[in-house]
Design a protein around this ligand. Structure first.
Ligand code: URA
Length: 242
Protein backbone atom coordinates (compact mmCIF):
# COMPACT_ATOMS: atom_id res chain seq x y z
CA UNK A 1 0.00 0.00 0.00
CA UNK A 2 1.30 3.40 -0.91
CA UNK A 3 0.07 6.99 -0.48
CA UNK A 4 -1.64 8.30 -3.61
CA UNK A 5 0.54 11.43 -3.86
CA UNK A 6 3.71 9.34 -3.54
CA UNK A 7 2.39 6.83 -6.09
CA UNK A 8 1.92 9.59 -8.68
CA UNK A 9 5.18 11.38 -7.87
CA UNK A 10 7.13 8.09 -7.99
CA UNK A 11 5.73 7.51 -11.46
CA UNK A 12 7.01 10.88 -12.62
CA UNK A 13 3.63 12.61 -12.89
CA UNK A 14 4.91 15.71 -11.10
CA UNK A 15 6.36 16.90 -7.83
CA UNK A 16 4.60 15.96 -4.62
CA UNK A 17 3.01 19.46 -4.60
CA UNK A 18 1.91 19.24 -8.23
CA UNK A 19 0.29 15.82 -7.88
CA UNK A 20 -1.51 16.93 -4.69
CA UNK A 21 -3.09 19.67 -6.80
CA UNK A 22 -4.20 17.17 -9.45
CA UNK A 23 -5.69 14.96 -6.74
CA UNK A 24 -7.64 17.87 -5.19
CA UNK A 25 -8.85 18.90 -8.66
CA UNK A 26 -10.51 15.48 -8.93
CA UNK A 27 -8.44 14.41 -11.92
CA UNK A 28 -7.46 11.08 -10.34
CA UNK A 29 -9.78 8.10 -10.42
CA UNK A 30 -9.14 4.90 -8.52
CA UNK A 31 -11.09 1.96 -9.93
CA UNK A 32 -13.24 4.52 -11.68
CA UNK A 33 -14.06 6.65 -8.60
CA UNK A 34 -12.58 10.11 -7.96
CA UNK A 35 -10.30 10.23 -4.92
CA UNK A 36 -9.42 13.69 -3.61
CA UNK A 37 -7.22 12.74 -0.65
CA UNK A 38 -3.43 12.73 -1.23
CA UNK A 39 -3.01 10.46 1.81
CA UNK A 40 -5.33 7.79 0.40
CA UNK A 41 -3.54 4.40 0.50
CA UNK A 42 -3.50 2.67 -2.86
CA UNK A 43 -3.13 -1.07 -3.21
CA UNK A 44 -0.68 -0.80 -6.07
CA UNK A 45 -1.00 -4.49 -6.98
CA UNK A 46 -4.77 -4.44 -7.37
CA UNK A 47 -6.16 -0.96 -7.89
CA UNK A 48 -6.26 0.94 -11.17
CA UNK A 49 -5.21 4.56 -11.01
CA UNK A 50 -5.88 7.04 -13.82
CA UNK A 51 -4.93 10.70 -14.30
CA UNK A 52 -7.18 12.54 -16.77
CA UNK A 53 -8.30 9.11 -17.97
CA UNK A 54 -4.75 7.87 -18.57
CA UNK A 55 -3.69 4.65 -16.81
CA UNK A 56 -0.83 5.15 -14.37
CA UNK A 57 0.56 1.72 -13.56
CA UNK A 58 2.99 1.50 -10.67
CA UNK A 59 6.45 0.00 -10.90
CA UNK A 60 8.46 -0.25 -7.74
CA UNK A 61 11.65 -1.26 -9.50
CA UNK A 62 12.93 -0.63 -12.98
CA UNK A 63 15.89 -2.38 -14.59
CA UNK A 64 17.55 -1.20 -17.79
CA UNK A 65 20.57 -2.44 -19.70
CA UNK A 66 22.36 0.52 -21.31
CA UNK A 67 25.15 0.42 -23.85
CA UNK A 68 26.92 3.45 -22.43
CA UNK A 69 28.39 5.69 -25.09
CA UNK A 70 31.64 7.60 -24.59
CA UNK A 71 31.19 11.20 -23.45
CA UNK A 72 28.47 10.52 -20.88
CA UNK A 73 29.12 10.31 -17.14
CA UNK A 74 28.08 7.46 -14.82
CA UNK A 75 26.11 9.62 -12.41
CA UNK A 76 22.54 10.66 -11.70
CA UNK A 77 23.20 14.40 -12.00
CA UNK A 78 26.03 16.45 -13.38
CA UNK A 79 26.40 20.18 -13.92
CA UNK A 80 28.60 19.86 -17.01
CA UNK A 81 27.90 16.54 -18.76
CA UNK A 82 25.00 14.35 -19.79
CA UNK A 83 24.43 11.45 -17.42
CA UNK A 84 23.67 7.81 -18.11
CA UNK A 85 20.32 8.16 -16.33
CA UNK A 86 19.27 10.97 -18.69
CA UNK A 87 19.75 8.55 -21.60
CA UNK A 88 16.89 6.35 -20.31
CA UNK A 89 14.15 8.35 -22.00
CA UNK A 90 11.43 5.83 -21.14
CA UNK A 91 12.14 5.85 -17.41
CA UNK A 92 9.27 6.28 -14.99
CA UNK A 93 11.06 6.27 -11.67
CA UNK A 94 13.02 9.33 -10.65
CA UNK A 95 15.33 7.39 -8.33
CA UNK A 96 17.30 5.45 -10.97
CA UNK A 97 21.07 5.18 -10.67
CA UNK A 98 23.88 3.31 -12.43
CA UNK A 99 25.19 0.14 -10.76
CA UNK A 100 28.87 1.00 -10.54
CA UNK A 101 30.75 3.44 -12.70
CA UNK A 102 32.33 3.40 -16.10
CA UNK A 103 34.75 6.21 -17.01
CA UNK A 104 33.45 8.98 -19.24
CA UNK A 105 35.36 7.58 -22.23
CA UNK A 106 34.38 3.92 -21.56
CA UNK A 107 31.54 2.27 -23.46
CA UNK A 108 29.45 -0.76 -22.78
CA UNK A 109 27.25 -2.52 -20.30
CA UNK A 110 25.75 -0.52 -17.49
CA UNK A 111 22.80 -1.65 -15.40
CA UNK A 112 20.50 1.23 -14.45
CA UNK A 113 17.99 0.58 -11.71
CA UNK A 114 16.51 1.83 -8.46
CA UNK A 115 16.94 -1.56 -6.74
CA UNK A 116 19.51 -0.69 -4.10
CA UNK A 117 19.67 -4.18 -2.60
CA UNK A 118 20.51 -5.79 -5.96
CA UNK A 119 23.07 -3.07 -6.72
CA UNK A 120 24.71 -3.58 -3.37
CA UNK A 121 25.01 -7.31 -3.94
CA UNK A 122 26.45 -6.89 -7.42
CA UNK A 123 29.02 -4.34 -6.25
CA UNK A 124 30.02 -5.97 -2.98
CA UNK A 125 33.60 -7.34 -3.14
CA UNK A 126 32.29 -10.37 -1.23
CA UNK A 127 30.06 -11.30 -4.18
CA UNK A 128 33.05 -11.83 -6.55
CA UNK A 129 31.04 -10.82 -9.59
CA UNK A 130 33.02 -11.17 -12.85
CA UNK A 131 33.22 -8.08 -15.04
CA UNK A 132 34.47 -8.70 -18.56
CA UNK A 133 36.07 -5.91 -20.58
CA UNK A 134 37.20 -5.69 -24.18
CA UNK A 135 40.04 -3.26 -24.85
CA UNK A 136 42.40 -2.01 -27.48
CA UNK A 137 45.75 -1.38 -25.93
CA UNK A 138 48.70 0.61 -27.24
CA UNK A 139 51.65 -1.78 -26.97
CA UNK A 140 52.14 -5.49 -27.53
CA UNK A 141 50.49 -7.44 -24.73
CA UNK A 142 52.49 -10.56 -23.89
CA UNK A 143 52.06 -13.90 -22.13
CA UNK A 144 54.22 -12.34 -19.42
CA UNK A 145 51.47 -9.74 -18.87
CA UNK A 146 48.89 -12.56 -18.71
CA UNK A 147 50.91 -14.15 -15.89
CA UNK A 148 51.37 -10.83 -14.10
CA UNK A 149 47.63 -10.06 -14.22
CA UNK A 150 46.87 -13.54 -12.90
CA UNK A 151 49.18 -12.92 -9.95
CA UNK A 152 47.72 -9.42 -9.37
CA UNK A 153 49.52 -6.20 -10.26
CA UNK A 154 50.42 -3.15 -8.20
CA UNK A 155 48.35 -0.19 -9.41
CA UNK A 156 49.24 2.04 -6.48
CA UNK A 157 51.89 4.70 -6.03
CA UNK A 158 55.44 4.49 -4.70
CA UNK A 159 54.14 5.68 -1.34
CA UNK A 160 51.01 3.57 -1.31
CA UNK A 161 51.09 0.23 -3.13
CA UNK A 162 47.74 -1.20 -4.16
CA UNK A 163 47.69 -4.78 -5.40
CA UNK A 164 44.79 -6.00 -7.48
CA UNK A 165 43.13 -9.37 -7.13
CA UNK A 166 43.87 -11.80 -9.99
CA UNK A 167 42.64 -10.78 -13.44
CA UNK A 168 42.13 -13.21 -16.31
CA UNK A 169 43.69 -11.66 -19.41
CA UNK A 170 43.15 -13.10 -22.88
CA UNK A 171 45.13 -11.77 -25.84
CA UNK A 172 42.88 -11.65 -28.92
CA UNK A 173 45.67 -10.33 -31.10
CA UNK A 174 48.83 -8.27 -30.81
CA UNK A 175 49.63 -6.58 -34.11
CA UNK A 176 53.34 -5.91 -34.54
CA UNK A 177 52.89 -3.46 -37.41
CA UNK A 178 50.47 -1.12 -35.59
CA UNK A 179 51.77 -1.92 -32.09
CA UNK A 180 48.16 -2.29 -30.92
CA UNK A 181 46.75 -5.30 -29.03
CA UNK A 182 43.15 -6.37 -28.60
CA UNK A 183 42.35 -8.14 -25.35
CA UNK A 184 39.62 -9.38 -23.03
CA UNK A 185 40.07 -9.00 -19.30
CA UNK A 186 37.91 -10.46 -16.55
CA UNK A 187 38.22 -8.89 -13.11
CA UNK A 188 36.09 -9.07 -10.00
CA UNK A 189 37.01 -5.75 -8.48
CA UNK A 190 35.96 -2.25 -9.49
CA UNK A 191 38.76 0.02 -8.35
CA UNK A 192 38.95 3.51 -9.84
CA UNK A 193 40.26 3.32 -13.46
CA UNK A 194 41.21 -0.27 -12.68
CA UNK A 195 41.69 -1.66 -16.19
CA UNK A 196 43.61 1.40 -17.37
CA UNK A 197 45.82 1.31 -14.28
CA UNK A 198 46.48 -2.42 -14.66
CA UNK A 199 47.79 -1.88 -18.18
CA UNK A 200 49.73 1.21 -17.11
CA UNK A 201 51.38 -1.04 -14.49
CA UNK A 202 52.81 -3.18 -17.32
CA UNK A 203 53.79 -0.15 -19.41
CA UNK A 204 50.83 -0.05 -21.81
CA UNK A 205 47.98 2.33 -22.51
CA UNK A 206 44.31 1.49 -22.96
CA UNK A 207 43.02 3.41 -25.98
CA UNK A 208 39.50 1.94 -26.13
CA UNK A 209 37.53 0.21 -23.38
CA UNK A 210 34.13 -1.47 -23.40
CA UNK A 211 32.44 -3.55 -20.72
CA UNK A 212 30.85 -6.64 -22.19
CA UNK A 213 29.35 -8.38 -19.16
CA UNK A 214 28.75 -8.20 -15.44
CA UNK A 215 27.99 -11.52 -13.74
CA UNK A 216 25.34 -13.26 -15.81
CA UNK A 217 24.32 -10.06 -17.57
CA UNK A 218 25.74 -9.77 -21.08
CA UNK A 219 25.59 -6.63 -23.21
CA UNK A 220 22.96 -7.13 -25.92
CA UNK A 221 24.80 -7.05 -29.25
CA UNK A 222 21.76 -5.34 -30.78
CA UNK A 223 22.22 -2.22 -28.63
CA UNK A 224 24.32 0.50 -30.22
CA UNK A 225 26.17 2.93 -27.92
CA UNK A 226 23.50 5.16 -26.35
CA UNK A 227 20.72 2.57 -26.74
CA UNK A 228 19.04 0.72 -23.88
CA UNK A 229 16.32 -1.79 -23.16
CA UNK A 230 14.55 -3.26 -20.14
CA UNK A 231 16.04 -6.41 -18.66
CA UNK A 232 14.11 -9.56 -19.48
CA UNK A 233 12.55 -11.51 -16.61
CA UNK A 234 15.15 -14.22 -17.14
CA UNK A 235 18.09 -11.79 -17.01
CA UNK A 236 16.70 -10.38 -13.78
CA UNK A 237 16.16 -13.82 -12.27
CA UNK A 238 19.74 -14.84 -13.10
CA UNK A 239 21.18 -11.65 -11.64
CA UNK A 240 19.22 -12.16 -8.43
CA UNK A 241 20.53 -15.75 -8.21
CA UNK A 242 24.20 -14.67 -8.41
N1 URA B 1 38.37 0.17 -15.65
C1 URA B 1 38.69 1.39 -16.15
O1 URA B 1 39.86 1.75 -16.19
N2 URA B 1 37.70 2.18 -16.58
C2 URA B 1 36.40 1.80 -16.58
O2 URA B 1 35.53 2.56 -17.01
C3 URA B 1 36.08 0.53 -16.06
C4 URA B 1 37.09 -0.26 -15.61
Amino acid sequence: MIRLDKYLADMGEGTRQEVKKYIRQGRILIDGMPVKKPEYKVDEARQRVTLDGRDIGYSRFEYYMLNKPAGVVSATEDAADRTVVELIAGRKRKDLFPVGRLDKDTEGLLLITNDGALAHRLLSPKSHVDKCYYARVQGLVTEEDVKKFLAGVDIGTAKQPERTAPGRLQILDADESSGVSRIRLVIQEGKYHQVKRMFAAVGKKVCYLRRESMGSLVLDAGLKPGEYRKLTDEELRELRDL
